[in-house]
Write a protein that binds this ligand. Structure first.
Ligand code: FEO
Length: 400
């Protein structure tokens, strides 16, 4: 049965929620599923904005049919060719034979790569700032390359002042009836997942996100309609501002993210004491075990906090593998402009701190504090003073 909601008088959400997908891109764990947002514009012409993952084609098909109310579909706009949005293109093309498919020069080759027997006469090619008249609604196409694929474009509807923003401004998590920003407590229930989505999916492409934000700044945006998650109709500026912070790699919060690796609890003990010492000094602190926390969360928190303390045992003459993976992810997502401190542990030959510092040298605009400690097997009472020195240095740096 159909399950839709009105966005405006003319625009209907015809998306679907996927609560069974365990990992987004088969990589990032989903604890609250994900939505695939698709929108139908009803005007003199009818226009569908994107399709969705094949997992949800049945719901999508029912929604589109219901929302059309017996009308034919005139246009399908393809803003993004990742299969979580493009998998149902063939369904739409086969069921709505008169629909023209609106693409740009980079989209069409991808459609031919993903699908067989593509009828090229069905496609309408658009370029930067070209328009499509639907009646009252005029759509303007705004290219957003590498946010986060090369063919991505956003679409501005000047009648309802809606920016259909492709993956941009998306979040993990299903939208369960309450689909608008004013119907949820975003800071409490959504912000962490939104940050995890941004940093892992788009984090590497800050410069390209900035370019898209500059274009968006020229538009009067009243409603933000992304392809995943909450739709912004009351305070889109709030979320645009978050994207501005994240895409410039500015820390969102002054404080310390501690990530530790610990085989038998001794490095954990040291990391935990550090968390207590920082909290006692009034410093905001979050503590994570790399073995119990998916790296997508740790990367997200690395973007969140200004300071990062990494604590690792030495393993096979190097860094503990899951900590090594976190450092790899920081590098591959282009994290920069953070202050690091390292502490390590080694029953013999501790080298983890040195090797973590070496990896951080490859990140841009990062600072490493001199204060550190290397313990042999377990922390001793006479080493507590060094932890105090590290906590003092972190506090001074956070408050600088
Ligand atoms: Fe939601 Fe890049 O796909």
């Amino acid at each position: 049965m159909h399950c839709t909601r009105k966005i405006t008088d003319d625009i209907i959400w015809v998306g679907a929620n996927d609560r069974r997908l365990s990992r987004f891109e088969n990589l990032y764990p989903l604890t609250r599923g994900v939505s695939y947002n698709s929108y139908l514009i009803l005007d003199e012409k009818t226009c569908l904005m994107d399709t969705m993952d094949q997992n949800e084609t049945r719901q999508f098909a029912e929604n589109v049919k219901y929302a059309l109310g017996g009308r034919d579909l005139d246009y399908l706009v393809v803003q993004h060719m990742e299969p979580d949005h493009c998998s149902s293109i063939s369904y739409v093309m086969n069921h709505y034979k008169n629909a023209k498919v609106v693409v740009n020069a980079k989209t069409l080759p991808m459609i031919k790569q993903f699908f067989r027997d593509v009828d090229e006469s069905r496609f309408l090619m658009v370029k930067e700032m070209e328009t499509l008249e639907l009646g009252r609604h005029t759509l303007t196409f705004v290219m957003a390359p590498m946010v986060h694929w090369p063919e991505v474009m956003m679409t501005y509807d000047s009648f309802d002042k809606v920016l259909f923003s492709a993956d941009g401004f998306g979040t993990f998590g299903t939208i369960d009836g309450t689909i608008f920003d004013d119907e949820v407590d975003f800071d409490r229930d959504w912000l962490d997942e939104a940050r995890r989505y941004y940093t892992n999916i788009c984090g590497k492409y800050g410069m390209q996100v900035q370019a898209a934000l500059k274009k968006a700044a020229t538009l009067d945006i009243q409603i933000l309609c992304p392809l995943h998650g909450i739709i912004w109709r009351t305070n889109p500026a709030y979320f645009i501002d978050k994207y501005n912070i994240w895409s410039t790699y500015e820390p969102e919060t002054k404080g310390v993210m501690i990530a530790y690796a610990s085989m038998y609890g001794n490095t954990e003990n040291m990391a935990e004491i550090m968390a207590f010492k920082l909290a006692e000094r009034g410093v905001k602190v979050k503590l994570y075990d790399v073995s119990g926390t998916d790296t997508s969360w740790l990367l997200s928190e690395s973007f969140h906090y200004s300071h990062i303390l990494l604590a690792s045992p030495t393993y096979n003459g190097g860094v503990y593998p899951l900590m090594d993976h976190l450092l790899h992810e920081m590098k591959s997502h282009g994290l920069k402009n953070r202050t690091f401190t390292f502490i390590d542990n080694g029953t013999w030959g501790p080298v983890a701190a040195k090797q973590m510092a070496k990896q951080v040298e490859e990140l841009k605009d990062c600072t490493v504090l001199n204060e550190t400690i290397s313990i042999k097997s377990a922390l001793k009472e006479d080493q507590m003073g060094v932890l105090d020195q590290i906590a003092d240095a972190l506090k001074a740096s956070v408050e600088a």
